[in-house]
Ligand binder design. Sequence first.
Ligand SMILES: *[C@@H]1O[C@H](CO)[C@@H](O)[C@H](O)[C@H]1NC(C)=O
Ligand SMILES: *[C@@H]1O[C@H](CO)[C@@H](O)[C@H](O)[C@H]1NC(C)=O
Ligand SMILES: *[C@@H]1O[C@H](CO)[C@@H](O)[C@H](O)[C@H]1NC(C)=O
Ligand SMILES: *[C@@H]1O[C@H](CO)[C@@H](O)[C@H](O)[C@H]1NC(C)=O
Ligand SMILES: *[C@@H]1O[C@H](CO)[C@@H](O)[C@H](O)[C@H]1NC(C)=O
Length: 416
Amino acid sequence: MMFIASSLVLAAILNLPTYVYSATVSATVAQTFLGVGGSGAWWPHDLFNFPESVRQNLSELLFSESGLAISSYRYNLGGGGVGVSNPVRAPETPYVSPGVYNFSADPEGTFFLQQASDFGVPGITMFVNSAPAPLTSNGFSCNGQFVNANGPAYATYLVDVAQHWREAGINISFVSAMNEPDNSFGPLPCGQEGMLVEANQRATLITSLWNELESRGLTSEIGILADESSSTSLATSEYSEWLPEVVDMVAHIVHHAYDFPTDAEYEAFINSANAVSGGKTTWMSEICCSLGSPDGSGKGYSGGFDPTIDNALIFVIGGEAHYDFWTLVSLGSDANEFTLVVSNSTTYSVIAMNPNTTESTISLTFPQDVCASTAFRTSATEDFSTVTPATGSGLTWSLPLSETSLTTYIFKREAC
Ligand SMILES: *[C@@H]1O[C@H](CO)[C@@H](O)[C@H](O)[C@H]1NC(C)=O
Ligand SMILES: *[C@@H]1O[C@H](CO)[C@@H](O)[C@H](O)[C@H]1NC(C)=O
Ligand SMILES: *[C@@H]1O[C@H](CO)[C@@H](O)[C@H](O)[C@H]1NC(C)=O
Ligand SMILES: *[C@@H]1O[C@H](CO)[C@@H](O)[C@H](O)[C@H]1NC(C)=O
Ligand SMILES: *[C@@H]1O[C@H](CO)[C@@H](O)[C@H](O)[C@H]1NC(C)=O
């Protein structure tokens, strides 16, 4: 299952005196991107209170071609919030009793799910923090644990809900049944939903879900994402306990990054996941980096937006194919590389960051003749403002970068 098939080539930047930087775009693709997106949690709860026109505008900003045009959206299927004290983090569940559903539940979450679908977001995942309370070990939506014997009932519920939305035209193509299974988010009352799924229970849960999908002929329509461990270090230490047994049932190995790994740790994680799974793709599905410096230091969590854009291009670390931001509304960004080049069959897009308070220029060499077409810049005073295209000809072009800015230079892959 792939959504956007674009590819990306990294450019190595050399530091020369006089603030002119030379770089060469390799003819070899360094990383292929399937999707970039974010989670519909828990901002829909509050945003839904705004008038319809504001909700529409937000949806347009996130999902439309004139906005961010994200290619992945993670709908949070609620567990009913039983035992959760923060109502913002307690989405309603459609589950009433086995086989009985109220699909009017969680109007906040389902509104933005519908919007993502209406705007044509190609990759929609349904993720769950906790099974409905009646199916957990303690009868709450947090502080409890997955019950192996309830695996089939939980799977029936998940696939019923996914099928309901698919029949309504919303193409849920991935299900993640245990978001951060390493944490029950107790004690009661809890700050959010959560369900512990011990490492030695995860294969049981995945097998139940796979069997349910298979019984309905849906295994090629709906992929299973797992296990969404909170951190890369925990994921690595637990993979051997569950992954080999169910590796063929898992579409993509998905992890979070709340340990804020260094670049070296991130790469070690990717290598270890590849080794256990025989090279299955890994996706990063939660958190990015509202704190951090271009050299990779100082990474950490903060709720807000980092206007310094010092940390904007973290995607390149580890070369993962898919990247979801946790903080989708009130976006943060992170990075420790300055420039990347995204290409498809007709276009190169060069995304270049200048985190410094002085201007600089990149002198960029392409592997084929290109022609500059347009450029956009975001800075403290500009918001995707159209700016002068790059200058040059043939293979070699000059890309000015104003102070503390992020500029996108677009090139056609043909001579002018
Ligand atoms: C639904 O998504 C899957 C996987 O991304 C894709 O193969 C399929 O064509 C999509 N179906 C529709 C109707 O968009
Ligand atoms: C929605 O966006 C349109 C177009 O940008 C703008 O004219 C309108 O004022 C916005 N509405 C609200 C409620 O923000
Ligand atoms: C379904 O959920 C909606 C939204 O919470 C609620 O208003 C409605 O009463 C529920 N219907 C039933 C039959 O429980
Ligand atoms: C290539 O990328 C450009 C810029 O994003 C886009 O306008 C164009 O439609 C893409 N072409 C293909 C074939 O995907
Ligand atoms: C920013 O400054 C640092 C330190 O002088 C330098 O290494 C880096 O290349 C500069 N980046 C840009 C884009 O000017």
